[in-house]
Design a protein around this ligand. Sequence first.
Ligand SMILES: Cc1cc2nc3c(=O)[nH]c(=O)nc-3n(C[C@H](O)[C@H](O)[C@H](O)COP(=O)(O)O)c2cc1C
Length: 548
Amino acid sequence: MMPDTAHRADRLRQVFAYHQATKHQFRAYARGPGYLDWATQPDPFRRYAGARLIALETIPPTAEPLYDAVFSQGQMPTPAPVNLLSVSQLFYDSLALSAWKSAAGTRWALRVNPSSGNLHPTEGYLLCGPVDGLGDQPMVCHYAPREHGLEVRAEFGLALWKALSSSFPEHTFFVGLTSIHWREAWKYGERAYRYCMHDVGHAIGALSIAAGGLGWQMRLLDDLGSDELALLLGTFQEHPAEPEAPDLLLACVPAHQAPQASGLPADAVRSFTTLAWQGTANRLSPSHLDWGMQDIAAAVHKPHGTGEYAPFTEPPAAWALETRPVSLRQVIRERRSAVAMDGQTRLSRDNFYHLLYRCLAVPGALPFRALPWKPHLHLAIFVHRVDDLPSGLYLLVRDAAQTEALQKALTQADRWQTPRGCPEQLPLYCLIEADVRAAAREISCHQDIASDSCFSLAMIAEYERPLERYGPWFYPCLYWEAGMIGQLLYLEAEAAGIRSTGIGCFFDDPTHEVLGLSAPNFQDLYHFTVGGPVEDTRLTTLPAYADG
Ligand SMILES: Cc1cc2nc3c(=O)[nH]c(=O)nc-3n(C[C@H](O)[C@H](O)[C@H](O)COP(=O)(O)O)c2cc1C
């Protein structure tokens, strides 16, 4: 074997081993601290001390645009000019605080993007040219959610910006994401890397949909390697605080522009090493335990270049859904996780089908248009309370070309029956008719939210083949897709007047057994539940910002 191929094979084995070792089993949870060490609880806010802070505007949610409009290309708002107000709106609707909560003398912040354990490992960045009201110089900024401001980490000349953005439409800017794995590892140990990548997926979903509200689209720059991302975002610099691992860069362009194929010129990217980087990263905890986050991050390190992606041969057909009188920004900013479900609320069958259709990667539709590859995740749905639909296990096939492979793999299915009233655009099948509440609760770490809801689900990924085809770097990408589906479920539930919750705690192989999956080619990556919430009346809610 060539050294490069051998190295790739080694890293792939490492990824498979990490995935296997971080499964929760009935007999033992994945390795973690097992208790919360409050003395080392990480600060939820990274700041770069000494970097200039640009205050962004807080903008109360507006009635328009309507939530459903941003999913339909014909109804998308016209692209907003790129200026202080629109950039403020983008961050306010994606990564900002959404509220403060308080109980028994402590208070904590919630954000527009959800996060496992509310630990928020994801950091946001803006890389832009001169922007009206924001700055005359091109710059790299770190987003500070508590302040709703941008910390200027580096400024650079117009010539470099022009070189960087020359193959993109006018008014393009870039948004980057990084992860501080320690934040999740502090509570969850080895499994934490998975949660960090779910959170990145939620953030991509949040950014894409917020951009849609401004008539813009987000597109992943998939040719960039991990080292290039670290250069562009300034996280390549060594410092004694917790490291930020670079995840990705998204190009933000007007929604009607054709997707961008070419990337950023290598010599322009290299010159970011020589910028005068400002600010010192704050330390989040006084001491740390090593849960192997750097090892898995090294195994999935991405080289420069894109994959030869398998074509999406059978995309879903268009289905014109009704436009409800529901404000996009209200849905976005009022999204919350249900901490308990009422065990009573029922969802109408039409609303159920509507919501599932949104989870499909319809060409050109939000948020999945941000990703250049075909969908790899399918939804195994435990239906508990949907009007006119028998309880049971259903499957939403998100890539119809995989139907046969799934039929072979899901050996517990009694049947593959199209449910009553199911529109032809929705590849949904009933596999088992039964009361599946106990099974749903058990496989989701015995959490009642999975059985007291209208439905809960497991996201089943095509796993081994894409990783073998593209390489170990694709492992986090599967979680990004899971997080994006999750973000959509959160917003769809909110728009339908109910709630949902992401479920990162689930028993992997027991879920596979329930479905009859024995080979590792398909793996369960994330659970979700959607239903009628029970409010926690012990908590007080305070506004996110003094002025908004
Ligand atoms: C990846 C992920 C995994 C989660 N896992 C669970 C879970 O297993 N059980 C649960 O009750 N909530 C879970 N949550 C919900 C979080 O606790 C919630 O997002 C966080 O507390 C912030 O609250 P908010 O979503 O209302 O803003 C998860 C959320 C995410 C994004």
